[in-house]
Design a protein around this ligand. Sequence first.
Ligand code: PMP
Length: 434
Amino acid sequence: PDTGKSKQAIKSYREKHLGKTLSLSFKEPLKIVRGQGAYLYDEQGNAYLDMVNNVCHVGHCHPKVVAAGQAQMAKLNTNTRFLHDNLVDYAEKLLATMPEPLSVCMFVNSGSEANELAFRLAKNFTGSQQLLTVDGAYHGNTNACINASPYKFDGPGGEGAPKYVHKVMLPDPYRGSFQTSDKLAGKAYAQDILRVINELAQQNKKPGMFICESLQGVAGQIIMPDGYLEAAYQYVRDAGGVCIADEVQVGFGRVGTNMWAFETQNVVPDIVTLGKPIGNGHPMAAVITTQEIADAFVTGMEYFNTFGGNPVSCAIGMAVLEVIEQEQLKENALKTGHYLKQQLIVLRQEFDVIGDVRGLGLFIGVELVLDRENKTPATELTAKLVEFVKAKHIILSTEGPYYNVLKIKPPIVFNRNDADKFVAALREGLCELS
Ligand code: PMP
C-alpha cells in the first residue's frame, strides 16, 4: 500500500497551519485514502463500514457520478451568465421531485449558503427578519446561520440568541415534555410557536421566517411527532411568516417513503434548502421556492454566485438523481432502514441501556441511558461504543445535546449484510461495556 505521509506528520501540520478549530474523529484518527460504496479504506488497505456519511449518498465515488463530473470538467466549466443545457435540464429534473407550488430553483455551493439565501428570500418577501428556530438545531457556519443555530449560539464559544432570533421547543417525543404516547404531542409542541408569535405581536412585530429541519439531525436524530409541522406552519403563515424546510441532511430519499422528509409531515414548505447529498461529495447546494417568493427577491440587486449552477455541478447533480432512480435507492433506504431498525429494537429488548430506537429509512438514532426511568444520558458509554465498533472497522458517531445518541446515516447503498455486521458489533460492544 501507498501510505504517503505519516499520520503524525499530517496531524502536526494541521495543528500548526490549518487552524485549531478543525476537529478529528476518534482518539486515534484514521487516515482514509479511498472510498467505494458504503466503505472507506485506510492507507493500509483496511476496509471500514461507513455508518455516518450522508454526503456520499449514492456510495463513495459512485462511477456514474465520477464519470459525469470528469466528462463535463474536460469540456467546459463556467458561470450562469452563459446559456447552457445542463443548468435547465438539471433544474427541471430537480423541480420535478418537488410538490407545487415549489417551482423556482437557485443554485449555491453549500448548505450554509443555501440557508443564507433562504433567509434573504424570506426577509424580502415578508418584510420581517424575525426568525424562529428549533432548540438544538444547526443550520450552518456563516454569521446568519450561526445566529439561527441554537446548537452554536448556546454552545461553547456562543454568544446566545441575537434579538431577532427566537428559540422554540425541540419536538422530541422521547425526552421532551410531550411524549410518544401522547397522540396530540405534535400539536402541543407547536403551541410553543404560538407563544413566540404572541410575544412578537405584543411588540408590534411579526415572524418573518420559521426554519426547521424536516427531521432533527444535530439536535439528536429526532423524529418529530405527527402533526408538528402541519400545526407549526399554519401558525407561522397565519402570522405572516414563511416556512423554511432544511433538508440539507435528510433529503434525497433517505427517509425511504419519500424523496423529501417534509413529505412525511404532510406539509409543503415555502422554501426548501438542499445540500450535502445533492452532489455526492461535490460541493453544491440549492434553494427551492415559489414563484411569488422568488419574484419578491427582484429588487434591482443582482444575485450572482460564481460557482452556483455551473455546468460541472449540474452534470454531477443530474447523475446523482439518475442513480437514485436507476438503483432504486429510496426503496433500499426504506427496506434496509426498516430491517436495521427492527434489529436495533431487538437489541433494545436485550440491553436496558438502550432507551430509545427511532428513525425513518436510513436516518436512525439509538439513545443510550443509564436508567430508563430518569433517562440519565449514558454519554461515556456512547463514546466508548463508538471506539469499540471502530476497532471492528465500523465508523459511527455520537449526536444530541448529551452526545448519548448513536447517529446512523450511512450512504443509502448500505445493505442488509452491512446492517447485520453493525448490529453484531454493537451487541458485542454492549455485552462488554454495559
Ligand atoms: N443544515 C444542516 C441541517 C446541516 O446539517 C448542515 C451541515 N452539517 C448545514 C445546514 C450546513 O451545511 P454546509 O456544511 O454544507 O455549509
